[in-house]
Ligand binder design. Structure first.
Ligand code: G6P
Ligand code: MG
Length: 222
């Protein structure tokens, strides 16, 4: 099937906000009095805010009621938003913009597929919003990755079938979601974590449109 659309995750693919998520969760862990490492943070990538909090509390061996959870999640988001309020186009990861421009020139449709509720603000600050035909974010979906909802919604709103889409993801849960959606997927980052992707790249610096034809040919074991 010819690729007709690309669906991009946001945090860790388009910009390094994954790092700010980490710093914000770490600050909450500090305030609650336990350690939270970068390795721990891998488990939170691509995971919704409330599910991330559950994992964090498990790491800290804390049990709290639902109301307190909301307070903690708000606190983390406050710290996170303070970081991302200040970001600008210089935070776009290398190679992303030329790749988006090349995709548009080729007539490939482009969607954002992120479970973040802050996605719109980030895209605005990066001045990238106009590159996306469709934006699906945490305000529009009910099931976070690894559920395929976010990507299936993207394909639907772009009016393309899932098998004509390729997803770009930096998180294990996101690769899983793409596979469940019946889409091709490119992992951006560590092959040890993203091993199930059809192809893995370290970043977009040297990525050419020929990548799309390469992954069109990849067969997947089911
Ligand atoms: C992305 C990130 C996660 C984050 C989630 C929710 O998927 O990879 O680390 O928890 O979005 O983000 P939000 O901005 O809504 O808290
Ligand atoms: Mg991500």
């Amino acid at each position: 099937m010819t690729i007709q659309a690309c669906i991009f995750d946001l945090d860790g693919v388009i910009c390094d906000t994954a790092h700010y998520h980490y710093l914000a969760w770490k600050q909450l862990a500090d305030e609650l009095g336990f350690e939270f490492t970068k390795e721990d943070n891998e488990r939170l990538k691509g995971v919704s805010r409330m599910d991330s909090l559950d994992i964090l509390l498990e790491i800290g061996q804390l049990t709290v009621d639902e109301e307190t959870k909301l307070v903690f999640a708000d606190r983390k988001n406050q710290v996170y938003v303070d970081f991302i309020r200040q970001i600008g186009p210089e935070e776009i990861l290398d190679g992303i913009k030329p790749f988006l421009v090349a995709l548009r020139a080729r007539g490939i449709k482009i969607a954002l597929g992120s479970v973040s509720k802050n996605a719109e603000m980030i895209l605005n600050n990066l001045q990238l919003k106009s590159y996306f035909d469709v934006i699906i974010d945490g305000t529009k979906i009910t099931n976070a990755k690894p559920d395929p909802e976010v990507f299936l919604r993207g394909a639907q709103e772009l009016s393309v079938t899932p098998d004509a889409c390729v997803v770009f993801e930096d998180a294990y849960s996101g690769i899983e979601a793409a596979i469940r959606a019946g889409m091709k997927c490119v992992g951006v980052g560590d092959p040890d974590i993203l091993g199930r992707a059809d192809k893995i790249i370290s970043g977009f610096q040297d990525v050419k449109l020929s990548l799309l034809s390469e992954i069109e040919d990849v067969g997947r074991e089911t």
